[in-house]
Design a protein around this ligand. Structure first.
Ligand code: CP
Length: 311
């Protein structure tokens, strides 16, 4: 049992203490050689992970399954709910009760906000929220913070610009909640119709954390240490016309990062998938860290699986 980690489930980043996050980061650091396949590990031998994905995923599902297998565990599950008995009308609560009887840990992605909490209420084994609708994505936040820590040396002390769909993007909701536990300067960059929800900015206000809201990336780019880009979440808009009004609002291109236009050590992050908000010519610049960020998902998820299975 790790003294700094006392969780039964991972549902919201708000449920983590700074100590618990530090425990995850310290263990993840040690797991990097295992994640890269350079060191053998059998900490999860005999354990079974169920990945129940009711929404599409590349990174979250593959990195959880990869993490489990690199630690000698096994996986069951589905990536397409149409092949599960949800298609026949089985409730989420029943699916979770059954999967809990088959596995040691469940990773759940679901289109409905609150689904992970509901699953935790019905599960005898740990539930990990892998994204619930426009709600939360806590394991993405842990890997985002881990990436910032590795790139910048610390999380506190950075001016972080969060850009794109701040209304429907669950990664930025969890990230903002987590950053409010550190000493950072925050700027939210979005079209007026996609601002960060009041619930989240009000919580920042109550904690006395300063933040500003701007429409354009260029309004603030030269001040930022980190630019966290996000995709406009097409699938969560009420209609295609609503989406078209804000689609392609932002595009970062290499020429925007030259000379005095941004800090020399600006770090650009993105939870991915990107659609058209970061041009391919940015990938080869020293600013682009989004593929390193995605790779950091494996050691972070290894750490979580180990902590939950030993807890
Ligand atoms: N960042 C993220 O959650 O990616 P996937 O949707 O591919 O899992």
């Amino acid at each position: 049992m790790y003294e700094g980690f006392k969780k039964d489930h991972v549902v919201r980043i708000k449920d983590f203490t700074l100590d618990e996050m530090s425990t995850v980061f310290d263990l993840a650091e040690k797991m990097i050689p295992v994640a890269e396949g350079k060191k053998k590990n059998d900490d999860l031998e005999g354990k079974l992970l169920a990945t129940l994905f009711f929404e599409p995923s590349t990174r979250t599902r593959l990195s959880f399954e990869g993490a489990m297998k690199r630690m000698s565990g096994s996986c069951i599950g589905f990536a397409e709910p149409g092949t599960s008995s949800a298609k026949k009308g089985e409730t989420l609560a029943d699916t979770i009760r059954v999967a809990a009887g088959y596995s040691d840990i469940i990773v759940l992605r679901h289109p409905h906000e609150g689904a992970a909490q509901l699953a935790a209420n019905f599960s005898d084994v740990p539930i990990i929220n892998a994204g619930d609708g426009a709600g939360r994505h806590p394991t993405q936040t842990l890997l985002d913070l881990f990436t910032i820590k590795r790139e910048k040396g610390s999380i506190s002390g950075n001016h972080i610009g969060i850009a794109g769909d701040l209304k429907y993007g669950r990664t930025v909701h969890s990230l903002t909640n987590a950053l409010s536990m550190y000493d950072t300067e925050l700027t939210f960059i979005s079209p007026p119709s996609l601002r960060m929800p009041d619930e989240i900015t009000d919580a920042l206000g109550r904690k006395g954390i300063e933040h500003k809201e701007v429409d354009g990336i260029e309004d603030v780019l030269d001040e930022l240490d980190i630019l966290y880009m996000t995709r406009i979440q097409r699938e969560r808009f009420p209609s295609e016309q609503d989406y078209e009004k804000v689609a392609k609002t932002y595009l970062i291109e290499k020429h925007m990062l030259e000379d005095e236009m941004c800090k020399e050590d600006l770090t650009i992050m993105h939870p991915l998938p990107r659609v058209d908000e970061i041009a391919a010519d940015v990938d080869l610049t020293s600013h682009a860290k989004y593929f390193d960020q995605a790779a950091n998902g494996v050691p972070i998820r290894m750490a979580l699986l180990k902590l939950l299975s030993e807890g």
